[in-house]
Ligand binder design. Structure first.
Ligand SMILES: [Zn+2]
Length: 313
């Protein structure tokens, strides 16, 4: 991959439902000039406000990463951001006519396909990188959470998930080169545990959920009656639990698809640093909250370092 900044060649759209609101809307990625970065524009609001895809604009991290500025918000930004990073796009304006990015199948696949359809344009300026001189880590020992970045000449990510779940077990996913994102990571869908799903549904937190945009793990014993009830809530035909503890609504693309999806989320959340990363990231039990906290730690570290350098001049 060249060291020059990139944008897309022409506007391209992806339409679909938001997971949490259930509203139907359209996202349009538009080419942007050098050093623009990634920004979101709410076209459904007076004045069409624009918000930088930057860590300083994160306002919530429950069930997705949310940006907010001056009272308006954009929900579930991580999968489209991961797609842009994975395809090497530095500059784009993402126009959105609702408050949430369409969930599609819960992966980055549709955004990657849209970027490919638009085509990628190399620009004149060089990419800006985050480079480190020593490792930086963020840890919550009581939750067995640890995220670390070590200096490297390129970006790579390793993720370990372990949610004390018999059906999910411990899984590891690795991405050695960002060029492999499209094939190995982009199609990997989000997942949810059955016992969480019922709660989310009943509390109207996933109005756009339709059993096709998440892998459902069945962690506890469940009766066919309960499953039938759930299928009715979703207006779906009958579902069953398969041998490996997942609902038979879909097939896994990879044995470790859940860990690969967590890796996708890490890439999307860390893209909020606004620059390409040269470093190897290792994340044990990542999630949006700790991913974005970790990004803030990296951001503060780099800013302080830049300040120190100025101070010694
Ligand atoms: Zn995700």
């Amino acid at each position: 991959m060249s060291d020059k900044q990139k944008t897309i060649k022409k506007p391209v759209s992806v339409s679909g439902k938001g997971l949490h609101t259930g509203k139907e809307g359209t996202l349009t990625m538009v080419p942007a000039p050098e050093n623009h970065g990634i920004k979101f524009k709410r076209t459904d609001i007076d004045g069409q406000p624009v918000i930088d895809a930057h860590i300083t604009n994160v306002v919530a991290t429950d069930r997705g990463t949310t940006l907010g500025l001056n009272g308006y918000k954009i929900y579930t930004i991580e999968h489209v951001l991961a797609a842009l990073t994975g395809m090497g796009v530095d500059n784009a304006l993402i126009e959105l006519d609702m408050e949430e990015i369409p969930i599609k199948d819960g992966s980055s696949k549709y955004f990657v396909e849209a970027i490919e359809q638009a085509g990628i344009l190399e620009q004149n300026s060089f990419k800006e990188y985050i480079e480190l001189i020593k490792p930086i880590s963020y840890e919550i020992p009581e939750k067995k959470i640890k995220l670390e970045i070590e200096p490297s000449d390129h970006f790579s990510v390793t993720v370990v998930v372990d949610y004390d779940s018999r059906v999910l077990g411990q899984q590891i996913a690795r991405l050695g080169r960002i060029e492999d994102f499209k094939a190995k990571i982009a199609p990997c869908r989000t997942f949810v545990f059955l016992h969480e799903l019922e709660f989310l549904l009943k509390n109207n937190l996933i109005k756009g959920g339709d059993l096709n945009n998440a892998i459902v793990f069945v962690n506890k014993k469940v009766t066919q009656e309960e499953l039938d009830y759930l299928a009715d809530l979703f207006n779906k035909p009958r579902v069953k639990v398969k041998k490996d503890g997942i609902l038979n609504n879909l097939e896994l693309y990879f044995d470790n698809e859940p860990a690969r999806h967590k890796l996708l989320d890490v890439i999307g959340d860390l893209s909020l640093l606004g620059k390409s990363i040269k470093g190897h990231v290792t994340a044990y039990r990542p999630g949006h909250q700790v991913n974005t906290e970790f990004a803030k730690v990296i951001y503060n570290h780099i800013n302080n370092y830049a300040y120190d350098k100025r101070a010694t001049l």
